[in-house]
Design a binder for this molecule. Structure first.
Ligand SMILES: Cc1cc2nc3c(=O)[nH]c(=O)nc-3n(C[C@H](O)[C@H](O)[C@H](O)COP(=O)(O)OP(=O)(O)OC[C@H]3O[C@@H](n4cnc5c(N)ncnc54)[C@H](O)[C@@H]3O)c2cc1C
Length: 316
Protein backbone atom coordinates (compact mmCIF):
# COMPACT_ATOMS: atom_id res chain seq x y z
CA UNK A 1 0.00 0.00 0.00
CA UNK A 2 0.98 3.61 -0.53
CA UNK A 3 0.70 5.57 2.75
CA UNK A 4 1.00 9.30 3.44
CA UNK A 5 1.87 10.40 6.99
CA UNK A 6 1.45 14.03 7.99
CA UNK A 7 4.01 15.17 10.59
CA UNK A 8 7.63 14.20 11.29
CA UNK A 9 7.51 14.31 15.09
CA UNK A 10 8.14 11.15 17.09
CA UNK A 11 4.67 9.71 16.36
CA UNK A 12 4.88 10.21 12.60
CA UNK A 13 8.44 8.95 12.30
CA UNK A 14 7.99 5.90 14.54
CA UNK A 15 4.82 5.01 12.64
CA UNK A 16 6.60 5.49 9.31
CA UNK A 17 9.58 3.38 10.31
CA UNK A 18 7.29 0.53 11.38
CA UNK A 19 5.06 0.67 8.30
CA UNK A 20 7.98 1.04 5.87
CA UNK A 21 8.86 -2.63 6.35
CA UNK A 22 5.68 -3.60 4.46
CA UNK A 23 4.47 -0.48 2.64
CA UNK A 24 5.58 2.55 0.64
CA UNK A 25 5.50 5.46 3.08
CA UNK A 26 5.92 9.21 2.47
CA UNK A 27 6.11 11.61 5.42
CA UNK A 28 5.11 15.26 4.88
CA UNK A 29 6.42 17.80 7.41
CA UNK A 30 5.71 21.52 7.30
CA UNK A 31 8.85 22.50 9.23
CA UNK A 32 12.38 22.63 7.84
CA UNK A 33 13.45 19.50 9.72
CA UNK A 34 12.10 16.54 11.66
CA UNK A 35 11.38 16.65 15.41
CA UNK A 36 8.05 18.41 15.90
CA UNK A 37 7.73 19.23 19.57
CA UNK A 38 11.03 17.37 20.20
CA UNK A 39 12.94 20.01 18.27
CA UNK A 40 16.24 21.78 18.79
CA UNK A 41 16.70 25.43 17.77
CA UNK A 42 20.26 26.40 16.85
CA UNK A 43 21.42 30.04 16.86
CA UNK A 44 25.23 29.89 16.94
CA UNK A 45 26.87 29.85 19.42
CA UNK A 46 23.71 28.64 21.21
CA UNK A 47 21.40 25.65 20.93
CA UNK A 48 18.07 25.20 22.71
CA UNK A 49 15.67 22.31 23.14
CA UNK A 50 12.71 24.64 22.94
CA UNK A 51 10.06 21.89 23.11
CA UNK A 52 10.23 18.69 25.17
CA UNK A 53 12.83 18.91 27.92
CA UNK A 54 13.17 15.32 29.06
CA UNK A 55 11.11 12.16 28.90
CA UNK A 56 10.34 9.17 31.08
CA UNK A 57 9.82 5.54 30.04
CA UNK A 58 7.16 3.77 32.10
CA UNK A 59 6.39 1.00 29.59
CA UNK A 60 8.58 -1.89 28.46
CA UNK A 61 7.70 -1.09 24.82
CA UNK A 62 9.17 2.42 25.08
CA UNK A 63 12.19 1.15 27.04
CA UNK A 64 12.84 -1.42 24.28
CA UNK A 65 12.57 1.33 21.65
CA UNK A 66 15.04 3.51 23.60
CA UNK A 67 17.58 0.71 24.29
CA UNK A 68 19.62 1.08 21.05
CA UNK A 69 19.60 4.89 21.41
CA UNK A 70 20.89 4.59 24.98
CA UNK A 71 23.54 2.18 23.77
CA UNK A 72 24.90 4.52 21.07
CA UNK A 73 24.60 7.71 23.14
CA UNK A 74 21.66 9.26 21.22
CA UNK A 75 19.80 9.14 24.54
CA UNK A 76 21.31 9.74 27.98
CA UNK A 77 20.03 10.11 31.52
CA UNK A 78 19.07 13.74 32.36
CA UNK A 79 18.43 15.44 34.71
CA UNK A 80 19.55 13.61 37.86
CA UNK A 81 17.29 15.85 39.90
CA UNK A 82 14.81 18.66 39.43
CA UNK A 83 14.76 21.46 41.98
CA UNK A 84 11.34 22.67 43.02
CA UNK A 85 10.87 26.40 43.47
CA UNK A 86 10.44 25.89 47.21
CA UNK A 87 13.95 24.39 47.41
CA UNK A 88 12.98 20.68 47.56
CA UNK A 89 14.57 18.33 45.05
CA UNK A 90 12.82 15.53 43.15
CA UNK A 91 14.74 12.62 41.70
CA UNK A 92 12.04 9.96 41.49
CA UNK A 93 11.58 8.49 37.99
CA UNK A 94 14.51 7.91 35.66
CA UNK A 95 14.53 10.74 33.12
CA UNK A 96 16.22 10.97 29.72
CA UNK A 97 17.19 13.52 27.09
CA UNK A 98 18.35 12.97 23.52
CA UNK A 99 21.85 14.14 22.57
CA UNK A 100 23.36 16.30 21.17
CA UNK A 101 19.86 17.83 20.85
CA UNK A 102 16.34 16.69 21.64
CA UNK A 103 15.70 16.19 17.91
CA UNK A 104 18.40 13.47 17.68
CA UNK A 105 15.98 10.51 17.88
CA UNK A 106 13.73 11.96 15.18
CA UNK A 107 16.72 12.79 12.98
CA UNK A 108 17.94 9.20 13.22
CA UNK A 109 14.50 7.77 12.41
CA UNK A 110 14.03 10.19 9.50
CA UNK A 111 17.38 9.27 7.93
CA UNK A 112 16.04 5.97 6.61
CA UNK A 113 12.66 7.30 5.40
CA UNK A 114 11.15 9.37 2.60
CA UNK A 115 10.52 12.60 4.53
CA UNK A 116 9.50 15.73 2.62
CA UNK A 117 10.28 18.73 4.79
CA UNK A 118 8.94 22.22 4.15
CA UNK A 119 5.74 20.49 2.94
CA UNK A 120 2.66 21.79 4.74
CA UNK A 121 -0.41 19.74 3.78
CA UNK A 122 -3.31 22.09 3.20
CA UNK A 123 -6.10 19.76 2.10
CA UNK A 124 -6.87 16.10 1.43
CA UNK A 125 -8.69 15.35 -1.80
CA UNK A 126 -10.72 12.20 -2.38
CA UNK A 127 -10.49 10.72 -5.88
CA UNK A 128 -11.51 7.39 -7.44
CA UNK A 129 -7.88 6.19 -7.30
CA UNK A 130 -7.36 7.14 -3.60
CA UNK A 131 -6.32 10.18 -1.54
CA UNK A 132 -4.31 13.09 -2.90
CA UNK A 133 -2.63 15.61 -0.60
CA UNK A 134 -2.26 19.23 -1.57
CA UNK A 135 0.95 20.88 -0.39
CA UNK A 136 1.08 24.62 0.42
CA UNK A 137 3.60 25.15 -2.41
CA UNK A 138 0.80 24.22 -4.84
CA UNK A 139 1.87 20.68 -5.75
CA UNK A 140 -0.38 17.68 -5.22
CA UNK A 141 0.93 14.20 -4.34
CA UNK A 142 -0.89 10.89 -4.57
CA UNK A 143 -2.74 8.67 -4.93
CA UNK A 144 -2.38 7.22 -1.41
CA UNK A 145 -4.35 4.24 -0.05
CA UNK A 146 -4.16 5.67 3.48
CA UNK A 147 -3.50 9.12 4.92
CA UNK A 148 -2.55 9.36 8.58
CA UNK A 149 -2.28 12.66 10.44
CA UNK A 150 0.00 13.01 13.47
CA UNK A 151 -0.45 16.80 13.71
CA UNK A 152 -1.78 18.16 17.03
CA UNK A 153 -5.52 17.37 17.39
CA UNK A 154 -6.95 20.77 16.32
CA UNK A 155 -4.73 20.77 13.20
CA UNK A 156 -5.67 17.14 12.46
CA UNK A 157 -9.37 18.05 12.85
CA UNK A 158 -8.96 20.86 10.30
CA UNK A 159 -7.42 18.44 7.78
CA UNK A 160 -9.68 15.39 8.06
CA UNK A 161 -13.10 15.47 6.36
CA UNK A 162 -16.35 15.87 8.30
CA UNK A 163 -17.36 12.26 7.62
CA UNK A 164 -14.20 10.90 9.36
CA UNK A 165 -15.83 8.38 11.74
CA UNK A 166 -14.22 9.40 15.06
CA UNK A 167 -14.45 13.14 14.26
CA UNK A 168 -16.47 13.82 17.42
CA UNK A 169 -13.86 12.16 19.61
CA UNK A 170 -11.20 14.23 17.85
CA UNK A 171 -13.16 17.44 18.47
CA UNK A 172 -13.27 16.70 22.22
CA UNK A 173 -9.47 16.82 22.55
CA UNK A 174 -8.28 20.04 24.21
CA UNK A 175 -4.72 21.30 23.91
CA UNK A 176 -2.90 24.14 25.66
CA UNK A 177 -0.25 26.48 24.34
CA UNK A 178 3.14 27.38 25.74
CA UNK A 179 5.90 29.97 25.37
CA UNK A 180 9.59 29.11 25.40
CA UNK A 181 12.03 31.91 26.14
CA UNK A 182 15.54 31.05 24.95
CA UNK A 183 18.32 32.94 26.75
CA UNK A 184 21.96 32.85 25.67
CA UNK A 185 24.87 34.20 27.75
CA UNK A 186 28.43 35.31 27.15
CA UNK A 187 29.54 33.80 30.49
CA UNK A 188 27.62 31.06 32.30
CA UNK A 189 25.18 32.51 34.86
CA UNK A 190 25.70 31.51 38.51
CA UNK A 191 23.11 28.74 38.50
CA UNK A 192 23.64 25.55 40.46
CA UNK A 193 20.61 23.50 39.37
CA UNK A 194 20.09 21.51 36.15
CA UNK A 195 16.37 22.22 36.08
CA UNK A 196 13.73 23.93 38.19
CA UNK A 197 10.00 23.26 38.27
CA UNK A 198 8.05 26.28 39.43
CA UNK A 199 4.51 26.55 40.76
CA UNK A 200 2.12 29.54 40.88
CA UNK A 201 4.07 31.65 38.42
CA UNK A 202 3.90 32.52 34.71
CA UNK A 203 7.11 30.45 34.46
CA UNK A 204 6.65 26.70 34.89
CA UNK A 205 10.14 25.37 34.10
CA UNK A 206 13.75 26.46 33.64
CA UNK A 207 16.72 24.35 32.55
CA UNK A 208 20.38 24.96 31.80
CA UNK A 209 20.23 23.64 28.24
CA UNK A 210 23.98 23.88 27.64
CA UNK A 211 24.63 21.46 30.49
CA UNK A 212 22.49 18.65 29.10
CA UNK A 213 24.44 15.57 27.91
CA UNK A 214 26.49 15.97 24.75
CA UNK A 215 25.85 19.71 24.34
CA UNK A 216 28.50 22.04 22.98
CA UNK A 217 28.33 25.79 22.62
CA UNK A 218 27.82 28.78 24.83
CA UNK A 219 25.74 28.89 28.03
CA UNK A 220 22.03 28.66 27.31
CA UNK A 221 18.96 28.66 29.52
CA UNK A 222 15.46 27.55 28.52
CA UNK A 223 12.54 29.20 30.32
CA UNK A 224 9.10 27.72 29.68
CA UNK A 225 5.78 29.25 30.60
CA UNK A 226 3.21 27.53 32.72
CA UNK A 227 0.70 26.09 30.18
CA UNK A 228 -2.38 27.61 31.82
CA UNK A 229 -0.78 31.07 31.96
CA UNK A 230 0.41 30.72 28.35
CA UNK A 231 -3.02 29.70 27.09
CA UNK A 232 -4.49 32.89 28.57
CA UNK A 233 -1.74 35.08 27.02
CA UNK A 234 -1.18 33.44 23.62
CA UNK A 235 -2.19 36.55 21.69
CA UNK A 236 -0.32 39.05 23.91
CA UNK A 237 2.40 41.29 22.54
CA UNK A 238 5.58 39.11 22.47
CA UNK A 239 7.60 41.91 24.13
CA UNK A 240 5.19 41.88 27.10
CA UNK A 241 5.43 38.08 27.35
CA UNK A 242 9.25 38.24 27.30
CA UNK A 243 9.20 40.87 30.02
CA UNK A 244 6.86 38.86 32.27
CA UNK A 245 8.83 35.64 31.82
CA UNK A 246 12.17 37.42 32.38
CA UNK A 247 10.95 38.99 35.62
CA UNK A 248 9.61 35.72 36.99
CA UNK A 249 12.64 33.70 35.84
CA UNK A 250 15.05 36.25 37.40
CA UNK A 251 13.26 35.90 40.71
CA UNK A 252 13.63 32.12 40.73
CA UNK A 253 17.20 32.22 39.40
CA UNK A 254 18.15 34.79 42.07
CA UNK A 255 19.76 37.06 39.48
CA UNK A 256 18.89 39.50 36.74
CA UNK A 257 18.51 37.48 33.53
CA UNK A 258 17.38 40.48 31.47
CA UNK A 259 21.02 41.24 30.55
CA UNK A 260 21.29 38.00 28.51
CA UNK A 261 22.49 39.09 25.04
CA UNK A 262 20.35 36.45 23.28
CA UNK A 263 16.62 36.56 24.03
CA UNK A 264 14.23 34.80 21.63
CA UNK A 265 10.64 33.81 22.31
CA UNK A 266 8.88 30.88 20.64
CA UNK A 267 5.11 30.48 20.82
CA UNK A 268 3.65 26.97 20.76
CA UNK A 269 -0.02 27.16 19.76
CA UNK A 270 -0.52 23.50 20.76
CA UNK A 271 2.02 22.25 23.29
CA UNK A 272 0.28 20.04 25.85
CA UNK A 273 -2.94 18.05 26.08
CA UNK A 274 -5.59 19.05 28.63
CA UNK A 275 -8.18 16.46 27.51
CA UNK A 276 -6.85 13.46 25.55
CA UNK A 277 -8.91 11.36 23.11
CA UNK A 278 -8.70 8.45 25.53
CA UNK A 279 -8.03 5.94 22.71
CA UNK A 280 -4.61 4.91 21.43
CA UNK A 281 -5.46 6.14 17.92
CA UNK A 282 -8.47 7.20 15.80
CA UNK A 283 -9.18 5.30 12.58
CA UNK A 284 -11.82 5.07 9.87
CA UNK A 285 -11.38 1.81 7.93
CA UNK A 286 -13.93 2.71 5.27
CA UNK A 287 -12.28 6.04 4.43
CA UNK A 288 -8.75 4.71 5.06
CA UNK A 289 -7.87 7.68 7.22
CA UNK A 290 -6.33 7.65 10.71
CA UNK A 291 -4.79 9.93 13.32
CA UNK A 292 -2.35 9.37 16.16
CA UNK A 293 -0.04 11.40 18.41
CA UNK A 294 0.53 12.21 22.06
CA UNK A 295 -2.95 13.80 22.37
CA UNK A 296 -4.61 10.41 21.90
CA UNK A 297 -3.27 9.18 25.24
CA UNK A 298 -1.80 12.13 27.12
CA UNK A 299 0.74 14.86 26.79
CA UNK A 300 4.19 13.34 26.75
CA UNK A 301 6.85 11.92 24.47
CA UNK A 302 6.05 8.39 25.65
CA UNK A 303 2.36 8.91 24.80
CA UNK A 304 3.33 9.92 21.25
CA UNK A 305 5.39 6.74 20.91
CA UNK A 306 2.67 4.46 22.35
CA UNK A 307 -0.04 5.96 20.15
CA UNK A 308 2.01 5.50 16.96
CA UNK A 309 3.14 2.03 18.03
CA UNK A 310 -0.46 0.89 18.57
CA UNK A 311 -1.58 2.24 15.18
CA UNK A 312 1.41 0.64 13.42
CA UNK A 313 0.59 -2.76 14.96
CA UNK A 314 -3.07 -2.39 13.98
CA UNK A 315 -2.30 -1.44 10.36
CA UNK A 316 0.38 -4.10 9.95
C1 LIG B 1 7.19 23.53 25.30
C2 LIG B 1 6.99 22.03 25.39
C3 LIG B 1 7.55 21.32 26.44
C4 LIG B 1 7.36 19.94 26.54
N1 LIG B 1 7.98 19.26 27.55
C5 LIG B 1 7.88 17.91 27.58
C6 LIG B 1 8.63 17.16 28.53
O1 LIG B 1 9.45 17.73 29.28
N2 LIG B 1 8.47 15.81 28.55
C7 LIG B 1 7.64 15.16 27.67
O2 LIG B 1 7.56 13.92 27.71
N3 LIG B 1 6.95 15.85 26.74
C8 LIG B 1 7.05 17.19 26.68
N4 LIG B 1 6.38 17.89 25.71
C9 LIG B 1 5.47 17.16 24.85
C10 LIG B 1 6.19 16.38 23.74
O3 LIG B 1 7.05 17.26 23.05
C11 LIG B 1 5.14 15.80 22.82
O4 LIG B 1 4.30 14.94 23.58
C12 LIG B 1 5.69 14.98 21.64
O5 LIG B 1 6.86 15.54 21.10
C13 LIG B 1 4.58 14.88 20.60
O6 LIG B 1 5.01 14.15 19.47
P1 LIG B 1 4.01 13.96 18.26
O7 LIG B 1 4.77 13.26 17.19
O8 LIG B 1 2.75 13.33 18.76
O9 LIG B 1 3.59 15.44 17.79
P2 LIG B 1 4.50 16.60 17.19
O10 LIG B 1 5.88 16.51 17.70
O11 LIG B 1 3.74 17.87 17.41
O12 LIG B 1 4.54 16.28 15.63
C14 LIG B 1 3.54 16.69 14.74
C15 LIG B 1 4.20 17.25 13.49
O13 LIG B 1 3.21 17.56 12.52
C16 LIG B 1 3.65 18.68 11.80
N5 LIG B 1 2.48 19.25 11.14
C17 LIG B 1 1.38 19.83 11.71
N6 LIG B 1 0.50 20.20 10.75
C18 LIG B 1 1.05 19.84 9.56
C19 LIG B 1 0.61 19.97 8.21
N7 LIG B 1 -0.57 20.54 7.89
N8 LIG B 1 1.43 19.52 7.22
C20 LIG B 1 2.63 18.96 7.52
N9 LIG B 1 3.09 18.82 8.79
C21 LIG B 1 2.30 19.25 9.80
C22 LIG B 1 4.26 19.58 12.86
O14 LIG B 1 5.13 20.54 12.31
C23 LIG B 1 4.98 18.55 13.74
O15 LIG B 1 6.32 18.37 13.33
C24 LIG B 1 6.59 19.27 25.57
C25 LIG B 1 6.05 19.98 24.49
C26 LIG B 1 6.26 21.35 24.39
C27 LIG B 1 5.72 22.09 23.20
Amino acid sequence: MNIAIIGAGLAGLHLASQLASAHTVTVFEKARGPGGRMSTRRAAPYAFDHGAQYFTAATQAFRDFLAPFLEDGTVAAWPDAIELSGGAVVSDKQKYAAAPGMNAICKTLAAGLDVRTGARIETLQRAPDGWHVQIASGETEGPFDWVISTAPAPQTAALLPDDFGPKERLAEVEMLGCFTLMLGFEAPPAITWSAQKIGNSPVGWMAMNSEKPGREGAASLVVQANNTWAEAHLEDDPAAVISTLLNAASEYADQDLSTAPHQVLHRWRYAATRTPAGEAFLKDDALQLAACGDWCLGSKVEAAFLSADALAKDLL
